[in-house]
Design a protein around this ligand. Structure first.
Ligand code: NAP
Length: 489
């Protein structure tokens, strides 16, 4: 068990150093706000510039190593991370609030991602292309971009930094990384692990602190060649505009409004179970969480009854409590945002069918807890059917046909993930073709991703430029060069 408050500085050039300003900030446990989890150095623009300078200096040597040598470090990091799984998972719960089961899975995921890219290191290369003439060879090389900037959200505080970091490092880039201020501990622990695994100083630099200062430096600093960001659409679109004048490579993964469609022929027990896990698991704080359930009217009463029963049985508890299925909201603002969204929906005519109350008694007294919420009578134009909530709030929309279900599902600005529950193979395939998202699930939760498969959204969920994860991630972190070689003379 971890005990006591932790202290982290910035991680620059292989060293833990305080912020130039000397300022600090703290994180608190969302399940018990009396507990300060950690104190961090509050990096500013000057520190971001120092991080970029360290990454720039480290780049030539790192880029000159082979991908196999780099992969060895990632594989070693995987082992070191896995050995610390229990300790890190507990720290993750205390800082971000998710359940221990969820946090343990996330730390394991990070270890698996390092293992995946460690193995992939043997395959990173170009392509031999047939030439028109004899005695000629034509091939492509994959080359690193240089210094890449990574900005990550709090909701998957170890998986997301690692799914950006691992391919960036494997491809020979050096990195400046800014984790979300709400939960930076995992990123700094990963930096320690990578250095223990042999990562040279300066290859990875972590700056904690306010996002705006970091973003301003990334936008202006000519040494930064690419930006990968995951977070809200508001911040992502502002960053996109800020880096546009330098036309650097950009990958932004942002908000969502994911539907699960329940067709009339669906196994309704399965449908209720999938929506409960995808809507209320991770406290609804997943970019791929189900927030709209689009149900064929003929099964609406039966499905709704089953969903309410499942929600009632869903165990809300502090994340370290055995059997907990849903922890607190990450902070007061997110909790209040959930209540505001429910109230606004009711004002527009939606009906609160179950839950949505703040929990304040006993073990909930000092945390940001609420019951999961189910809203009925929701229509597509309502705010609750259009805007991201990022909490355990599920809106049910009734439709009269499969075609209407697809129209409603696609009738939002976002397009990240979607699920359909049906036994009809033909409908499932038609849905897969017509749904406007990047992740398509059939009879599965809308959350949950395979680390070896491409991931990303469409519409306002993403720049829709490059995909993350799997081998697709290598495209973002490398540029191609085509070599023409004549040995005929
Ligand atoms: P956020 O407020 O946009 O913050 C994301 C990151 O950006 C944080 O590190 C934040 O730093 C930083 N930031 C804030 N303002 C900045 C600025 N002006 N310049 C540069 N960086 C800045 O998002 P969040 O609340 O952490 O995460 C929730 C959002 O992420 C949701 O919208 C969710 O859908 C989305 N998300 C998307 C995916 C996906 O793959 N599509 C995955 C997970 C989450 P501070 O913490 O210091 O403010």
């Amino acid at each position: 068990m971890l005990a006591g408050m932790k202290r982290y500085d910035l991680f620059l050039n292989g060293q833990s150093v305080p912020a130039a300003s000397g300022k600090t900030f703290t994180t608190t446990n969302p399940a018990d706000t009396r507990e300060t989890v950690a104190t961090y150095s509050a990096g500013g623009r000057e520190d971001a510039a120092a991080a970029v300078a360290a990454a720039q200096a480290a780049f030539p040597k790192w880029a000159a190593t082979t991908s196999v040598a780099r992969g060895r470090i990632l594989s070693k990091a995987s082992q070191l991370l896995e050995a610390r799984k229990a300790e890190l998972a507990e720290l993750l719960v205390r800082e971000e609030g998710k359940t221990l089961t969820e946090a343990t899975g996330e730390v394991q995921r990070a270890a698996d991602i390092f293992r995946f890219y460690g193995g992939l290191s043997y395959t990173v290369g170009g392509q031999v292309i047939p030439h028109d003439l004899p005695g000629n060879l034509m091939f492509t090389r994959r080359e690193p971009l240089g210094v890449v900037a990574l900005i990550t959200p709090w909701n998957f505080p170890i998986a997301i930094p690692v799914w950006k970091l691992a391919p960036a490092l494997l491809c020979g880039n050096t990195v400046v990384l800014k984790p979300a201020s709400q939960a930076p501990a995992m990123t700094l622990e990963v930096a320690k692990v990578l250095h223990e695994a042999g990562l040279p100083a300066g290859v990875l630099n972590v700056v904690t602190g306010e996002g705006r200062a970091f973003g301003a430096e990334i936008a202006a600093n000519k040494a930064v060649t690419a930006l990968s960001f995951t977070g809200s659409h508001a911040v992502g679109s502002a960053l996109y505009q800020a880096v546009a004048p330098r036309m650097i490579r950009c990958q932004l993964e942002m908000g969502s409004k994911n539907p699960t469609i329940v067709l009339a022929d669906a196994d309704l027990d399965l449908a209720a179970k999938l929506v409960t896990i995808a809507g209320f698991g991770l406290t609804g704080q997943a970019c791929t969480a189900t927030s709209r359930v689009i149900v064929e009217r003929s099964v609406l009463p039966a499905f709704t009854e089953k969903l309410i029963a499942a929600a009632k049985a869903w165990k809300v508890a502090p994340g370290l409590t055995p059997g907990a299925q849903m922890g607190p909201a990450v902070n007061e603002a997110e909790l209040q945002g959930n209540f505001d969204a429910i109230q606004q929906a009711q004002a527009e005519g939606a009906e609160l069918l179950w839950g949505g109350a703040r929990l304040t008694e006993g073990e909930f007294a000092h945390g940001w807890f609420m019951q999961p919420a189910i809203l009925g009578n929701v229509t597509p134009a309502m705010k609750i059917a259009q805007e991201e909530v990022f909490g355990p709030v599920v809106a049910i929309l009734a439709v009269d046909s499969f075609d209407e279900a697809i129209t409603v599902a696609n009738g939002v600005q976002y397009g990240l993930s979607a699920s359909v529950v049906t036994r009809d193979f033909k409908r499932a395939m038609q849905y897969a073709e017509r749904i406007e998202v990047g992740v398509v699930k059939v009879n599965q939760i809308s959350t949950g991703l395979a680390l070896q498969a491409p991931f990303g959204g469409v519409k306002q969920s993403s720049t829709d430029s490059f995909r993350e994860q799997g081998t697709a991630a290598l495209d973002f972190y490398t540029r191609g060069k085509t070599v023409y070689l004549d040995y005929s003379a």
